[in-house]
Ligand binder design. Structure first.
Ligand code: HEM
Ligand code: HEM
Length: 282
């Protein structure tokens, strides 16, 4: 989600909540005989408020799995997740009096901080990615449709070639392609068509934009004029393939960070439950 003006109300409310909580915390921490502690009334109230904020953030996962709009739009929950999730941090620190406590509390606190930090990293990624994708990968083909997009690029390239050749599939042997007329087909089969596979050879010279530009310039010099427009078409198809590769990498990053944030947040909820039981009943 991109942070824009639609976040203003959430941002102001969260800020007001944090200022109010700080206003309550300072006199409480200064006047309590043993400083702020988790088991004082105020400490417990901060603990309950922080946990409620965490649970509210976690409810995004539940909302995502509901088809109905009865419980608010996904966008409302995403904004709430971000801002209320952030508010949970000061509330929990006010609860613990900025201490990390015993072994279970330490584990809970580190897990909590990891959820917040991974959330912030993910949010930054989501914020910068759409803008980056506009320049690096304008095709916007989504991750699952990548294979379909690549196949259609290959089809388009084949069609370009068939506009100047009767057939594509000739055996490319050493020596072939030396005739100006055959040169483009040999280049296409040896380099371009392989580059338009789903799995690209990491050593392919067409992977690098500058190198590819040089190669295509050389190819254009070595072919008859009637084929130049086809070579230009192939070059633009290769550019699109490169954009899909960049986009695929981004999709992995975008998807990858949630593989850290989500399991950590599940662990956090379990640890919090254990902490509540241990500290209140034992
Ligand atoms: C409804 C929720 C919660 C309740 C009722 C609760 C309750 C308590 C209690 C009773 C203590 C004092 C234990 C003692 O001094 O022996 C405590 C301490 C502590 N709690 Fe919580 N807690 C809650 C949520 C959380 C959460 C979500 C975190 C962290 C993510 C957390 C972190 C801590 C830490 C670090 C301490 C130790 C502070 C110290 O050393 O004095 N608590 N909590
Ligand atoms: C204790 C607090 C938090 C909990 C328990 C939590 C939990 C979760 C969960 C369970 C999801 C997956 C939702 C789904 O199923 O799609 C999620 C997604 C996400 N979280 Fe958090 N989170 C917390 C705090 C934060 C914070 C502070 C930020 C950022 C500042 C953040 C940023 C995100 C983002 C960007 C997503 C992806 C949303 C999307 O699908 O576009 N989270 N979080």
């Amino acid at each position: 989600m991109v942070i824009n003006r639609g976040h203003a109300a959430w941002c102001v409310t969260s800020l007001a909540l944090v200022i109010l909580a700080t206003g309550l915390y300072i006199p409480y921490a200064n006047n309590a005989p043993h400083g702020a502690t988790g088991n004082s009334i105020a400490g417990l109230l901060f603990g309950i408020a922080g946990t409620t904020a965490m649970i509210f953030a976690g409810l995004l996962a539940v909302r995502r799995r509901l088809v109905t709009r009865k419980f608010g739009s996904i966008s409302w929950w995403l904004k709430g997740h971000l801002w209320i999730g952030l508010c949970s941090a000061p509330l929990i620190f006010f609860h613990s009096g900025f201490r990390f406590g015993g072994a279970l509390e330490q584990l809970t606190m580190w897990c909590f901080l990891a959820v917040i930090v991974s959330g912030i990293i993910g949010q930054v990624l989501q914020h910068v990615t759409p803008r980056f994708m506009k320049t690096a990968a304008p095709q916007q083909a989504i991750f699952e449709q990548l294979e379909v997009a690549i196949t259609s690029l290959k089809k388009a390239a084949d069609q370009q070639m068939l506009s100047v050749y009767d057939t594509l599939f000739v055996d490319v042997q050493d020596g072939e392609g030396e005739l100006a007329d055959d040169f483009l087909r040999a280049f296409y089969l040896k380099h371009v068509r392989i580059f338009l596979q789903v799995e690209v050879d990491p050593k392919s010279s067409l992977l690098n934009a500058t190198q590819a530009e040089g190669i295509f310039a050389t190819v254009r010099d070595g072919i008859p004029r009637k084929m130049v427009s086809v070579a230009l078409g192939l070059e633009s198809i290769c550019n699109e393939r490169r954009q899909l590769i960049a986009q695929n990498k981004l999709q992995w990053i975008m998807h990858g960070w949630t593989l850290i944030h989500i399991p950590l947040s599940i662990s956090l909820l379990i640890l919090t439950l254990m902490h509540i039981i241990m500290s209140l009943y034992f």
